[in-house]
Design a protein around this ligand. Structure first.
Ligand SMILES: [Zn+2]
Ligand SMILES: [Zn+2]
Length: 80
């Protein structure tokens, strides 16, 4: 069975660059944890973000039955 490609994330954290799929998350505090502390970044939708389809999972976010480790299941990675 072929996996469906994920839509591009809605935005990404300004600090750790973790993507978010939820438009509701934009302008809210990042939920990631960096070195045991909550990331102080904010999710932003920025037109300068260039999304690259994850090569490991082909944009599906999964490899076999596992969540893709390369993109954390988003299917996309921030370029650069
Ligand atoms: Zn963050
Ligand atoms: Zn991936």
């Amino acid at each position: 069975m072929r996996q469906v490609k994920k839509p591009k994330p809605a935005g990404a954290c300004t600090v750790c660059r973790t993507p978010t799929e939820l438009h509701e998350s934009l302008n809210n505090r990042c939920r990631s944890t960096l070195n045991g502390r909550r990331c102080y970044g904010v999710y932003k939708s920025d037109l300068s973000y260039i999304w690259d389809e994850c090569e490991s999972c082909g944009g599906t976010g999964v490899v076999g039955t596992q969540v893709c480790a390369e993109c954390a299941g988003f299917g996309w990675k921030l370029f650069g």
